[in-house]
Design a protein around this ligand. Structure first.
Ligand SMILES: [Zn+2]
Length: 325
């Protein structure tokens, strides 16, 4: 094979499909974003992915290059060895048992590999992003849910069945509220994007003094973490308290990771990380309060992700690259 190969990474989400083409150095040639339209079913979505990949070849920069492999980051549980979907979060239609990797291989004519979306994000940040050159790190993705990934001695750690990194489903409040997974008091139930939003809605309904009501023109359905962040930046006390709680719960979750894994760095990604500056100090404070037998918390780097919303797609491409070279 020539040195002029490229790899395509697909981030298959419930709302959007993001795709990138990268070379071995992680240079992104082009990126695409299209609605998933998952309600139309797996066959429709698979055809969409295949034509998206085949259209990449028309891009000027890629004309003289060969597509070597495709990686697909999937939000859910997959059989990585067989390339089969088991359970996809946020997909209304049935994907169980679909040989996604094989279908893509048949459609595009090169090898294809699956990886969980947040493990992909971790791999991307570790290889080309905030964690480049770091041997031991943990990535926490805070968005609609909370996921993560673990890198040990330079390698992504999957555990015996691929569940290593399900950081959002550790208990941080023994008698806390019920999580979507069935457990009570999971980090995800207390600190995910929807959890932040519902806290704000509840407090506004209870009559708290806040500018959030004005920011959404009295339409509480318009409250999002982005609005709560804006309110906090304008000095709103209630919004600031929500972000303090966010830092507190993330801090407990990260404290547990520090004493178990002793990472050099913790990367916080996902949509909620746009408000990183609003909860970072509380994470640090919580770590100082809760880590005794463990690393010096002031030496552990707590940083936002660098690759933002294309981290999953870059990670998927990186995964495919690792599999074939
Ligand atoms: Zn849970």
């Amino acid at each position: 094979m020539s040195g002029r190969e490229y790899f395509i990474g697909i981030d298959l989400g419930g709302t959007n499909i993001k795709a990138v083409a990268i070379d071995k150095e992680g240079r992104v040639f082009c990126k695409k974003n299209t609605p998933t339209e998952s309600e139309k079913g797996p066959e429709f979505v698979i055809e969409k992915i295949i034509s998206l990949i085949n259209n990449f070849a028309d891009n000027g920069e890629l004309v003289d290059r060969d597509l070597r492999a495709v990686g697909v980051a999937v939000a859910g549980v997959i059989d990585m060895e067989e390339g089969i979907c088991k359970f996809l979060t946020n997909f209304p239609t049935k994907w169980k048992g679909i040989s996604l990797a094989k279908r893509i291989e048949e459609g595009v004519g090169c090898q294809s590999f699956l990886i969980n979306d947040v493990r992909a994000m971790t791999l991307a940040e570790k290889t080309f992003g905030a964690g480049k050159g770091v041997k031991n790190l943990v990535c926490v993705a805070v968005g609609t849910g909370i996921g993560g990934g673990i890198v040990i001695n330079g390698d992504l750690y999957f555990g015996s069945e691929g569940f290593a990194g399900e950081i959002g489903h550790q208990t941080v409040e023994p008698y806390g509220i019920r999580c979507g997974c069935g457990n009570y008091g999971c980090l995800e139930a207390l600190a995910s994007g929807p959890s932040i939003t519902s806290q704000a809605i509840r407090m506004v309904k209870q009559g708290a003094t806040t500018i959030i009501r004005d920011l959404v023109d009295n339409d509480l359905n318009k409250i999002t973490p982005r609005v709560i962040a804006e309110a906090a930046r304008r000095g709103d006390k209630m919004a600031k308290e929500i972000w303090r709680r966010e830092g507190y719960y993330l801090g407990i979750g990260i404290a547990n990771l520090l004493v178990i894994l002793n990472p050099e760095m913790v990367i916080i990604g996902g949509g909620v990380s746009r408000a990183f500056d609003l909860f970072f100090e509380e994470i640090k404070k919580t770590l100082r309060e809760r880590v005794y037998v463990g690393p010096d918390v002031d030496k552990v780097k707590i940083v936002p992700g660098k690759l933002k919303d294309i981290a999953g797609a870059i990670g998927a491409a990186t995964w495919a690259m690792l599999k074939v070279i």
